[in-house]
Design a protein around this ligand. Structure first.
Ligand code: BGC
Length: 355
């Protein structure tokens, strides 16, 4: 470009930035780390963020670690030594990333925590997530209303329930569990809900790395040991992947449409939505990953272009070192009654994807 043209381009850019128009990122590179491609939601998260960042002029590098914590550490170290300009991290186990995050800070590379909080570090600038405790209360309130637990209590009736909770190394999992118990604990206490396995604590119900196989095996064992004479009424699970494992366990144990329990999930994946339509999963939590990506991208802009990202929580997400300024998106329950309106009319899935 000639000097004159360059001058004009720069002047144009200044006018644009002074007029409040978005400033295009000049070739800055954002390194994204995602946990796994084994679950559809993370594939969507990565793809949405890449597309949105590229549209703004950023270069994007995107890596998945397939739930291998050592692989995620080395991917992070690699980005730091390459000198990317900003990092967006959805951790597998953030405990193992602490040293590499300190190296990033040392090198002046800002970090945005994506969906899962990065614990025990002061190297993280912002956190984009869903209201994780809210996910738990939405799931539990769904159960409460669908089974009308207050009426059951009045009538002295009870329902059996089992819990399948998230990974103990993921901060979201405990938030979700706490949200569930905020609503359901009182019904467990007064016997309206009966957990025949006795496994109601987070320690007893959490499932490492959100493993579908472990959820299935746990469910099979619980059904064999505790439900030989009585049906399971509610499988309260924290993840669509768990609901798939539980579907297999229930089929294996001979459950049919006549005695199929209420099964919850999270992420409203395509497979889960199909299961909702056919009736083998009752509900899921829709998390619009397009919106979450948008929030994370605005945080990248903030740390690289000096703009102000929207924040709506400065209290809840204490990572043990600092309280991380956060934007929490709102989770929504989907079931047979509203998936059409929310997922299809909302443009998240096409009708064809759900066939
Ligand atoms: C996310 C959930 C997801 C789970 C398993 C959690 O950190 O918040 O949306 O279902 O990980 O991938």
């Amino acid at each position: 470009m000639s000097k004159k043209l360059l001058g004009l381009a720069l002047a144009g850019a200044m006018v644009l930035s002074m007029s409040g128009m978005p400033v295009m990122a000049e070739g800055e590179t954002v390194g994204i780390l995602m946990p796994t491609q084994s679950s559809e939601r993370w594939i969507n998260d990565g793809a949405n963020m890449k597309a949105q960042l590229e549209e703004k002029g950023y270069n994007v590098e995107l890596q998945y670690a397939e739930d291998d914590t050592a692989m995620q550490v080395s991917q992070l170290e690699n980005y730091v030594s390459k000198g990317v300009d900003c990092l967006v991290i959805a951790a597998i186990d953030s405990g193992v990333l602490v040293n590499a995050e300190a190296q990033a800070k040392e090198a002046g590379i800002p970090i945005i925590a994506y969906d899962r909080l990065l614990m025990n570090t002061d190297a993280v600038s912002y956190y984009a997530t869903f209201d994780n405790k809210g996910v738990g209360t939405v799931i539990a309130n769904y159960i409460k209303e669908a089974k009308d637990l207050d009426a059951a209590r009045e009538a002295g009736e009870s329902y059996t329930i089992e819990f399948f909770m998230g990974s103990p190394d993921d901060n979201n999992a405990l938030f979700l569990y706490n949200g569930i118990m905020e609503v359901l604990q009182e019904y467990l206490d007064d016997g309206t809900l009966v957990c025949k396995s006795g496994r109601t604590s987070f320690e007893d119900t959490c499932i490492l790395r959100w493993s579908q196989e472990t959820a299935q095996a746990n469910c099979e064992n619980i059904l064999t040991a505790n439900y030989a004479d009585e049906d399971l009424d509610i499988a309260c699970t924290a993840f669509d992947g768990f609901a798939y494992g539980i579907k297999a366990a229930l089929q294996g144990a001979g459950y049919t449409a006549d005695n199929w329990p209420l099964v919850t999930g999270q992420d409203a994946e395509v497979m889960a939505t199909k299961n909702i339509i056919e009736g083998t999963q009752t509900m899921s939590i829709y998390k619009d990953t397009r919106l979450l990506a948008e929030k994370a991208v605005s945080m990248v802009d903030a740390v690289l272009q000096g703009s102000e990202p929207e924040i709506n929580d400065t209290e809840q997400y204490d990572n043990g070192t600092i309280v991380v300024p956060t934007y929490m998106c709102t989770p929504v329950a989907v079931d047979q009654s509203n998936y059409q309106e929310i997922l299809i009319d909302g443009g998240y899935y096409t009708e064809d994807q759900l066939k």
